[in-house]
Design a protein around this ligand. Structure first.
Ligand code: NAP
Length: 482
């Protein structure tokens, strides 16, 4: 692979940094299994250097006017957009998603840098009428300080920009640890930040395979004042515990188990098209992908047959090839998880409607799959499958479908299709989720608060609420005034 934005080492204090151990790890192309690049494997102790660089950069970055920060961030945004094709090619090769989806991710990811660069100018405080004579109450907003970010492989670019956009706009400095499967998109962002004039130390990226110990260094540090993590619920819980010792602020964007409900009055064709996007994009590897499809008994057969017609036409292949809809899964382990969910469901009486096995292309390619007769006790109802499998559950009444949809420890995204306004109101009020999409399959945007309830996480990313996670409030009581 060639690109002027390919790098093979960490980025610390404005320099490309190799750990003295000189160990490297392979970055594989999941479409071919071949090695794309070898990236320096940072020693966890060297992560301290990145934290210190972020600490040194904090005073000047946080004291800059928001307008000055905004103009640097604007340039960063423009460079990402100018190089979107090149960045998308890197992303597809290390992650596997089709090129068009990769480009959408780059543009979506850049939108957070753009939006927060503007919103950073509106970090207004307050003046509160004081109940104490001759005094005034001032509430100021200040940046939390050095922030550490740990991000997953499924959106290697956007999961980083969603965090650093808000943090940098608030005046914080950053240390980012991307997933070891997809460090190249992260390093390309660092190269662009450098070109945009982001001062040294404001954005540091550490690449390594010892994620447990890198995480420990970031969580144990007294300099790091906030950790924001996107990834699995299990790892999120480890980090939550680790952050307790230094009482850090924490944001967690964790797993989901999204229901997708189709009511009898829904526009069925729209629901089927929505299901294809919501389930099969990124080969089903998104936290907001529909995981359970609840279809009303009156429209179940029609929905299943229309969905199968569309699924049969999906093209599986290397994301770089034209016309490909579904790329490979990230690793063979991911494929085994998908297979185990399908086998468990079939063993408990599910019916195979489409797909169900590895694709003829081999590797970690899996056929887009539909299962009928899905039931509550199955693994697929309880856990995130993170693969291209749509299990269809039949339901009769609203209260029962709401109970089933909420019967999970997760609460990230939920989708439903219906026309009746009273029903729509009842259902979105009844869904215990951080985000609900009605009659549409995609809800992520930089202007809205993204995040979950229950074990899907803490905090929100994007929108004016996303900035709140990166500020401290300082209450000043000005007394002795005449
Ligand atoms: P993961 O295994 O939790 O890994 C996420 C990140 O955590 C990676 O950078 C990983 O590094 C690191 N990590 C792993 N173990 C760690 C530890 N003990 N201490 C510190 N860091 C550690 O999750 P994933 O498989 O990459 O991503 C899939 C999950 O992310 C899914 O559950 C999905 O729902 C969730 N997700 C949620 C959102 C959201 O916004 N809610 C968005 C996207 C994805 P290494 O890869 O180097 O081990």
């Amino acid at each position: 692979m060639s690109s002027k934005y390919l790098r093979d080492s960490s980025y610390i204090d404005g320099k490309w940094f190799n750990s003295k151990s000189n160990r490297y790890f392979d970055v594989l192309n999941p479409a071919t299994g071949t090695i794309l690049s070898r990236v320096n494997d940072i020693e966890p102790t060297d992560v301290e250097l990145a934290i210190q660089a972020a600490e040194r950069a904090f005073p000047s970055w946080s004291k800059m006017t928001s307008k000055e920060r905004a103009s640097i961030m604007r340039r960063f945004y423009e460079l990402i957009i100018e190089n979107a094709d090149e960045l998308a090619a890197i992303l597809t090769q290390e992650q596997g998603k089709p090129l068009s989806e990769a480009k959408t991710e780059i543009i979506y990811g850049a939108s957070f840098i753009e939006w927060f660069s503007e919103e950073g100018k509106r970090l207004y405080g307050d003046i509160i009428p004081s109940p104490i004579a001759n005094s005034k109450i001032i509430v100021e907003k200040s940046p939390v300080g050095v922030c550490a970010f740990i991000t997953p492989w499924n959106f290697p670019s956007a999961m980083i920009t969603r965090k650093i956009g808000a943090a940098m706009a608030a005046g914080c400095t950053c240390v980012v640890k991307p997933a070891h499967e997809t460090p190249l998109s992260a390093l390309a962002l660092a190269a662009l930040a450098e070109e945009a004039g982001v001062p040294k130390g404001v954005l540091n990226i550490v690449t390594g395979t010892d994620s447990h110990n890198i995480g420990r260094v970031l969580c144990d540090s007294e300099i790091v004042r906030k950790v924001s993590f996107t990834g699995s619920t299990d790892v999120g819980k480890i980090l939550y515990r680790q952050c307790a010792a230094t009482v850090k602020k924490i944001s967690l964007e964790l797993g989901g188990n999204a229901p997708f409900i189709v009511f009898p009055d829904a526009d069925l064709d729209a629901a089927v098209s929505g299901a294809i996007i919501c389930k099969y994009r990124n080969a089903g590897q998104t936290c907001v992908c529909a995981n359970r499809f609840y279809i009303h008994e009156d429209v179940y057969d029609k929905f299943a047959s229309k969905l199968a017609d569309k699924v049969r036409k999906l093209k599986v292949g290397d994301g770089l090839d034209k016309g490909v809809d579904i790329g490979p899964l990230i690793t063979p382990d991911a494929l085994e998880k998908v297979r185990s969910h399908i086998n468990d469901a079939l063993g408990q009486g599910a019916k195979l409607i489409e797909g169900g096995d590895t694709h003829d292309l081999g590797g970690s390619y899996f056929k887009p799959t539909i299962l009928g007769n899905a039931m509550e006790g199955m693994l697929i109802a309880k856990e995130e499958t993170f693969g291209p499998v749509a299990p269809l559950f039949k339901f009769k009444d609203i209260d029962d479908v709401l109970r089933q949809a909420n019967n999970t420890q997760f609460g990230l995204a939920a989708y439903f299709y219906a026309k009746d306004l009273a029903l729509i109101n009842k259902v979105y009020n009844g869904l215990e989720y951080g985000m609900v999409a009605v009659n549409t399959p995609i809800l992520s945007t930089e202007v809205a608060p993204f995040g979950g309830v229950k074990e899907s996480g803490i905090g929100r990313e994007g929108s004016k609420y996303g900035l709140d996670d990166f500020i401290e409030l300082k209450y000043v009581l000005l007394g002795g005034l005449e």
